[in-house]
Design a protein around this ligand. Structure first.
Ligand code: AMP
Ligand code: MG
Length: 323
């Protein structure tokens, strides 16, 4: 009898082990989480915790929420700045490091001109407006006081935006939550940023790199314990006279960057993959590949305007190298 009960219980437990999935629109994009759980109830809690974390980061860092810490920084431009949470302070500091690494291709002050674009309404600045605003784009101007956790934008009209790095940060935090919950197999996606925890139970996860113009993917990558981010000119854009105005801005000109159609980065963490995909998109193929080829544990796949796909050295057999 006892044996039969045990058998039943073990069947019941087996039945509970399953993949659980949840999706929600957060941070202006689609957030999806999929986890393998031994117990459905604990899994549901972990999924809820991940979604709550995404909402929390959105409230902290969204430029569209007036009360967010990020909005308060932007509002205070031209004054003595504001004291912010350690989390936001650290992410701004990290964003500035990507600015240095890329000699300004990644620049969170791009928003000083970026806010003049409204993609849904097909609004863009005139050349004069753009030139005026682009004078406020320079991450070197941001003052960080680590002791007080104070962030200062010294010039009136300056703005920052973490859209190129915050989703990656959110995905990393989500993976952290899942690990603490004892989950060993998971994928977290926020728009173009994904990170996989473990493998797909004995096989790698397989993720596609989207074709920047057509349907489907240009290649499929087997991944375990890795982050992958894609930045593309097809995510938020409008066209005027055959010219595409999209959401990734070249900080030097204040115009949309047109050196690539998409940039995909593989890295150990999602914050790095996210920031670097935006960075490479602005840098273009030649400078972008040179940067990635110097970085350990980072790979990239770039799609040029003519549709040609190029890869970082670690992904290419020496005999296949060409541009
Ligand atoms: P992603 O989809 O990760 O490439 O991020 C695109 C987002 O990054 C945009 O929607 C902006 O919020 C932000 N962004 C655009 N241009 C830049 C830039 N040059 N440097 C840093 N962030 C940028
Ligand atoms: Mg990015």
């Amino acid at each position: 009898m006892a044996f039969a009960t045990m058998l039943l219980l073990s069947f019941a437990n087996d039945a509970l082990a399953d993949w659980l999935r949840r999706e929600a629109p957060i941070m202006g994009t689609r957030v999806a989480v999929e986890v393998w759980v031994e117990q459905a109830q604990a899994g549901e809690q972990a999924l809820a915790d991940v979604m709550a974390e995404m909402e929390r980061i959105n409230k902290l860092m969204s430029p569209y929420i007036e009360a967010s810490e990020l909005s308060r920084i932007n509002e205070s431009a031209g004054s003595e700045g504001v004291v912010v949470s350690q989390e936001l302070f650290d992410l701004i500091r990290r964003a500035i490091e990507f600015g240095r690494l890329s000699e300004g291709a990644f620049d969170i002050t791009y928003a000083s001109v970026g806010h003049l674009y409204q993609y849904r309404e097909q609004i863009r600045p005139s050349v004069a407006q753009r030139e005026k605003a682009v004078a406020l784009v320079d991450y070197h101007l941001i003052k960080l006081d680590a002791e007080q956790r104070r962030v200062t934008l010294p010039r009136a009209g300056m703005k920052i935006d973490l859209g190129g790095i915050a989703k990656g940060h959110a995905v990393d935090n989500a993976i952290g939550i899942l690990k603490v919950a004892g989950i060993n197999h998971a994928i977290v996606t926020a728009g173009g940023d994904s990170r996989v925890l473990g493998d797909h139970r004995g096989r790698p996860w397989v993720l596609g790199v989207k074709h920047p113009r057509g349907e489907g993917s240009i290649l499929r990558l087997p991944l375990s314990n890795l982050a992958i981010s894609t930045s593309g000119d097809y995510e938020r854009y409008f066209e005027v006279d055959g010219r595409r105005y999209h959401h990734i801005i070249d900080p030097r000109s204040g115009d949309s960057s047109r050196h690539l159609l998409s940039a995909t980065v593989l890295a150990d963490d999602s914050t790095t993959a996210d920031a670097l995909s935006t960075t490479l998109f602005v840098m273009g193929a030649e400078a972008g590949l040179a940067l990635v080829n110097k970085m350990p544990n980072v790979s990239c796949v770039l799609v040029k305007p003519n549709g040609k796909v190029v890869y970082s050295d670690d992904l290419v057999a020496p005999s296949d190298k060409s541009d």
